[in-house]
Design a protein around this ligand. Sequence first.
Ligand SMILES: [Zn+2]
Length: 278
Amino acid sequence: MLRQVAEGVLIHESEFMQSNAVVVQGRAGVLLIDPGVTGDEIACLANDLRELGQPVVAGFSTHPHWDHLLWHARLGAAPRYGTARCAATVRDRLPDASAKARVAEHLIPPDIAGQVPLDLMGLITGLPAETAQIPWDGPGVRIVEHQAHAPGHAALLIEERGVLVAGDMLSDVLIPMLDLNGTADPIEDYLAALRLLEGAAGDVDVLVPGHGSIGGADQVRARIDQDRAYVHALRDARAPSDPRVGPSAKSGWEWVSGVHAGQLEGLAQESERDGTPG
Ligand SMILES: [Zn+2]
């Protein structure tokens, strides 16, 4: 079911980790950002769009993780975009069908693995580096690229609608998940990304995270502060006082706590390797 969150901007929420697919209405059809997770859900979204008489004219994946790279034949054959770095990472990590199958096996939770459509996963075109806006015939969508959660991660700012689509940043259910694979300073990268979002999101009324609840204007500031506090705690190897970690959190806190423990460990190993103190 589609729900309007701002003029001409609708979302479709998945049962998997409160994932949000975002639909932006343009002149001749819609831009679809991170279409969803299970085949049934994406097909349902495709039906809703068909009923509205709104074909998908462009797609966008905010970053190269499996749950943001999916597609369904019923959505049609519109061009699907990502940043150049996102597309290059997809080519690297998902070069062929057997790589997709491995992803399915190792990353997709077993209870939904059979329901996730992999055939069209990751078929995106990289937009040239420094591309400022998604090329399409609708309200301007500014690409705010940063290195934080994944290579080539992009938040999207729809200025005339006052909407920030944050990708896997600024969630109320997931803690900041750092990209610990091959970046020199994941902590500083993440803090820099939060500063960038802070600078871009001053006039935003609606915040749409990749996973979690839609936030109002006050939530933009609150979630940036909350994420920054978490990253600082992680940097200093302190226990975060964060409502998303621990039993007071909404569903899935055990998983989130596991992610937190893994990040502490990953960072400790990294500082051991380059000899810098904890
Ligand atoms: Zn995600």
